[in-house]
Write a protein that binds this ligand. Structure first.
Ligand code: FE2
Length: 255
């Protein structure tokens, strides 16, 4: 249900003390009413794991929590409200860093974080045209040529609850996030413990308004351009660069 990965990066040279950047990677929580009772029963096991990592593996405290999508089950507002409650419990249990602050959250949406179109919308001309993304190059061309077109409207509506949650989320860094042109895209540059870090997060689920086949999702260079500008220059500014997306590469179109 909830995938967890932990990482610590230690940068060292003979002239300086080792510099350490540590993160906790969560993914695919899929919080919904359906799994609420199961989660209530298993939350303790999750925190046992967190405590084991901290006490036995000595990997904390973490500087960042990455959450790579599918935070909730169906993109509903009530689910995001409950997600806030769960994140509050998590943050209460995460140890503070040496400066006394708690980790920051950086996240991207997955295909479960959007609200799927209803039956009426699915019959609309604009939705049917948007579904032809992989057959008709005009669709993607119109989608990317401006921030204000009917296809963008579909995607913005689908991710509206995610976007609202994100705007009010108190675990994100207070400033420094550069938002992109579609909901969920961002870049963030920071320095932690003397390590310059660049993070780019991309919405890789914007074509997943309904069921899709493997290879039908897409990312576009314009998403990166919008949040980070010249990617070579962006990467050159940092010691470490991290790209966050949700789906497996098998889901993405080859081009
Ligand atoms: Fe998932």
């Amino acid at each position: 249900m909830l995938d967890v990965e932990i990482r610590s990066v230690i940068m060292d040279n003979i002239f300086t003390m080792p510099k350490k950047l540590s993160w906790l990677h969560l993914s695919d929580f899929h919080y919904s009413e359906k799994i609420a009772s199961t989660w209530e029963l298993s939350r303790g096991l999750f925190f046992n794991d967190i405590n084991r990592l901290l006490e036995k593996e000595k990997v904390g405290p973490w500087d960042i929590v990455f959450f790579t999508g599918d935070l909730v089950g169906h993109g509903k507002k009530e689910e995001f409200d409950k997600l806030n409650d769960e994140l509050t419990i998590l943050w209460d249990n995460l140890p503070p860093k040496s400066d006394g602050k708690k980790p920051i959250l950086l996240c991207v949406p997955g295909n479960h974080d959007l609200k799927r179109p209803d039956e009426k919308m699915k019959k609309s001309a604009i939705y049917k045209a948007f579904k032809r993304w992989n057959e008709d190059p005009d669709v993607s061309e119109i989608f990317w040529e401006s921030d204000d077109n009917d296809y963008r409207g579909l995607v913005n509506d689908a991710f509206a609850n995610y976007d609202d949650w994100l705007k009010s989320c108190r675990f994100l860094p207070p400033d420094g996030i550069v938002r992109g042109s579609i909901p969920g895209d961002f870049s963030y540059s920071t320095e932690i413990n003397g390590i310059k870090l660049g993070v780019i997060g991309l919405n890789s689920a914007f074509l997943h308004l309904d069921d899709v086949e493997l290879g039908e999702l897409a990312l576009h260079g314009r998403q990166i351009l919008r949040v980070a500008g010249d990617i070579d220059k962006f990467c050159a500014k940092h010691d470490i660069n991290i790209l966050l997306t949700n789906p497996s590469p098998r889901s993405m179109a080859s081009q």
